[in-house]
Design a protein around this ligand. Structure first.
Ligand code: K7E
Ligand code: CUA
Length: 664
């Protein structure tokens, strides 16, 4: 074991020099022993024990897997359009992707965070960050749909997000890129970084009942890169911890210029103190522009509102809000153990893992045990906040999760392994290779007060030979380890959608009973709902044509529409009249420069269509809904602009009368 480990380290060191690409352990194929398959086996028709919510990285979506089977259950569209579900294509969902930049159909989703009550996962919502155009999304776990997206102003690259406090009081957003604030002219030389660029941290409050998000306040900080974060727990409840790198404040060739210093920082933020200053009216109001998008389940529609103000506290003016703790070296992960006493910093280039003590940090702050300040923020002496260091744990530590039994599990990108260590004595207990180059890892409830120490899942960055090759782009890979014993045991590989970063898992019992089965048709408040076929109609208003339609097995009503003209804008508002579980209908029309609609029972969704030519346009249901699904179709006749073809619509009637002259 020892020699293998040394070999990895040698290999990994070379890999590090070559740009930190991963290192492949030799004995990859033989890593799974017999009996592992049985542990991951979930018989056909049986439910999994956990939901695993996995970030999709550059797919912009979140996918839901069952554990331990690794079966893909659903892809939840969050920041990217999804033609499969019509998300971002239907008129009702387009506003969800609105931003101050306009409609943005894509983002880069790195972290998923389940809502908590008293530090335990409560199964209500899951939050996600949009890393590119800074946003936070909230997905409702009764519908598995994105119900709210809030844009973050004064920010760029919303990476240290969307981590939450113990009672979901706040979900945070720390900017990865420092930028000139939105209300000043950003047209400045890039090399004025130190002077003009600022880092903000946003505290977004979450309504206890509705989940509704609001930017409560922003903290203006010196220009650095905020990377990851976690809230305190128990004794450290009032605090939030953010890793930050690039304290060199470099603005070019960061791989060299932002790797100079031996230590960067963890920023400890006392958010309760910030709340006090806010309540005293000490925050400055700043004019900004950001979108706040909300999906209403009664109208089955989203609205987007542009907000125009945030409250900002400049931390250098409030010296007891924030403190820097030195942390070696280019820290990435910043994780707080279930007791709330230990804060683990993971320096990407560090050869050790520092574990900080919340109690010692408080004592150091009280004693003003500072070594100076950075950008006006006091810097606590490293040794004064340090509980201890895990020595020689591996190479390239990134993230840490906890088992609730006093152990931590840290991912190591360069040495490509998970390392289990004891928090109290900081001794390494076990290590398991990952295939290959793990990024994040997840234990169900692993960042809460009550982890479920059954599995740890690795989300890997480099896949190489784990699956059948599929051209130049290979399947991304996750790996499931049983951690119920002293040693980690690899039991399953499963591919993921997009590039997985963080993921969270939760006992299925907390969610499955609350899962909505149908939307009640009588509660549908969409302005274009048809609650029965008798309410269907086609209405012309100038060149706008509204088609209020219904879908039920196995016809559309109306299914014959005439009198649409070139130059018209047609809106198909389709209500799915079914009230049985699992009978969606779809809708598509030939030549439409749009996706399909997928309409759940009781729901109304709208497709906008601008006919591009005179002629006959078939439309049909896209979801195989009954034996007569292929019969679920119709026609729209498009006449030239200015023609006098009467507006007619029908189902089950031949109208107008077939007539040799009616081919006008
Ligand atoms: Cu992938 Cu959380 Cu964006 Cu680490 S980050 S791996
Ligand atoms: Cu409805 Cu197929």
């Amino acid at each position: 074991m020892k020699t293998i480990q040394l070999k990895w380290i040698a290999c990994a060191t070379v890999a590090a020099l070559l740009g930190m690409s991963g290192c492949k352990p030799k004995n990859a194929a033989s890593a799974v022993d017999a009996g592992a398959a049985a542990k991951a086996y979930v018989a056909p028709g049986k439910y999994d024990e956990f939901y695993n919510f996995v970030s999709g990285g550059f797919s912009g979506q979140m996918s839901v897997y069952g554990l331990p089977s690794g079966r893909l259950l659903r892809v939840i569209p969050v920041f990217s359009v999804d033609p499969e579900k019509g998300y971002g294509y239907s008129e009702e969902t387009k506003p969800m992707l609105n931003t101050s930049h306009g409609f943005v159909p894509w983002d880069d989703l790195h972290h998923t965070e389940l809502s908590q009550t008293n530090g335990e996962i409560d199964g209500r919502w899951i939050f996600a960050n949009g890393n590119n155009t800074p946003r936070i999304a909230r997905v409702d776990l009764s519908t598995f749909r994105t119900n709210e997206i809030i844009e973050i102003p004064n920010s760029a690259g919303n990476h240290s997000s969307p981590f939450i406090t113990e009672n979901t009081e706040y979900v945070v957003a720390g900017t990865r890129f420092s930028v000139p604030p939105d209300n000043v002219n950003g047209d400045v030389p890039i090399n004025t970084y130190k002077k003009n660029f600022k880092g903000t941290i946003s505290f977004v409050s979450v309504d206890k009942t509705s989940g509704s998000m609001k930017i409560a306040f922003q903290l203006l900080c010196p220009g650095v890169n905020f990377d990851l974060s976690h809230a305190g727990k128990g004794p450290s409840h009032d605090w939030f911890f953010f890793s930050c790198y690039k304290s060199e404040q470099a603005n070019t060739l960061l791989e060299v210029n932002a790797s100079q210093k031996d230590k960067d920082f963890i920023l400890a933020v006392n958010w309760k103190k910030a709340e006090e200053y806010l309540a005293q009216g000490k925050a400055k109001k700043q004019a900004v522009k950001y979108a706040h998008n909300v999906y209403d389940e009664k109208t089955h529609s989203a609205t987007s509102t542009i907000e125009t103000e945030v409250q900002v506290l400049d931390v250098k003016d409030f010296p007891d809000i924030a403190y820097f703790i030195p942390c070696p070296k280019s820290p990435h992960g910043c994780d707080v153990d279930p007791t709330g006493e230990y804060i683990v910093g993971s320096g990407k280039l560090a050869a050790l893992i520092p574990v900080f003590s919340y109690a010692k940090l408080q004592a150091a702050i009280a004693a003003k045990d500072f070594i100076g300040n950075f950008g006006g923020i006091p810097v606590v002496k490293y040794e004064s906040a340090l509980y201890g260091e895990v020595k020689k744990p591996g190479l390239g530590p990134l993230h840490t999760e906890f088992d609730g039994k006093g152990n931590a599990y840290t991912s190591f990108f360069v040495s490509s392994e998970i390392v289990k260590w004891n928090i109290k004595d900081l001794k390494v207990l076990d290590r398991a290779p990952t295939f290959y180059s793990i990024g994040h890892l997840c234990i169900p409830g692993g960042d809460s007060r009550k982890p479920n120490a059954k599995y740890v899942i690795a989300y890997n960055k480099i896949t190489k030979d784990r699956y059948l090759p599929t051209g130049p782009e290979l399947a991304q890979s996750a790996q499931l380890f049983d951690i119920s014993g002293d040693k980690m045991q690899l039991i399953l590989d499963f591919p993921t959608i997009g590039e997985p970063h963080y993921a969270q898992a939760v006992s299925a019992d907390l969610i499955k009973t609350k899962s909505v089965k149908i939307f009640k048709i009588e509660e549908n408040a969409n302005p274009y709902v048809s609650k029965g076929e008798g309410e269907t109609k086609v209405v012309r208003t100038g060149n706008r044509v509204d088609v209020n339609m219904t879908a039920i097995r196995s016809h559309l009503a109306p299914d014959n529409i005439e009198g649409v003209r070139m130059g018209d804008e047609v809106y198909f508002h389709i209500t799915n009249l079914e009230q049985d579980w699992d009978v969606p209908h779809g809708f598509a029309i030939k030549g439409s420069v749009n996706a399909e609609l997928l309409i759940m029972p009781g729901e109304t969704q709208t497709l906008k269509w601008i006919p591009d030519r005179v002629g006959m346009f078939p439309m049909y249901c896209t979801d195989f809904c009954s034996a007569l699904h292929q019969e679920m179709q119709g026609y729209v006749r498009v006449s030239p602009a200015g023609s006098n073809t009467p507006l007619l619509f029908s189902t089950g009637k031949n109208q107008p009368k077939p007539d040799s002259t009616s081919t006008q």
